[in-house]
Design a protein around this ligand. Structure first.
Ligand SMILES: [Zn+2]
Length: 109
């Protein structure tokens, strides 16, 4: 699970797509995964430039999608920081639910 530290909206939507890259390119390495300005930023390291281009493109596409996907529920969201500990992409419902100043950034089941 690459996205275990993020909430379900993102992990359900993007985790498999990221893991699939290892199926097609077993030699790549996961370099970093972070929430950057409310977006999901994932970096892979490949052994050659062609593969690097492909994995960078997929990672970039997912980064752009994450910028409008609620990290909590996966619905359409926008990046906000009011009442949140850091900039996050949330829908209005989750923002109302979690934006109390004491956000639980990880939902446990
Ligand atoms: Zn939501």
């Amino acid at each position: 699970m690459i996205l275990k530290e993020f909430n379900k909206g993102w992990s359900n939507k993007f985790n498999t797509r990221l893991e699939n890259l290892f199926k097609y390119f077993p030699d790549i390495e996961l370099e970093s995964v972070e929430r950057y300005k409310g977006m999901l930023r994932v970096r892979f390291k490949a052994l050659d430039n062609e593969v690097q281009d492909i994995v960078d493109s997929v990672a970039y596409k997912i980064e752009r999608e994450s910028a409008r996907t609620c990290e909590f529920c996966g619905e359409y969201g926008r990046r906000k920081e009011e009442f949140l500990p850091e900039k996050m992409c949330v829908c209005w419902k989750c923002h109302a639910l979690h934006g109390s100043g004491q956000i639980e950034t990880q939902e446990k089941e």
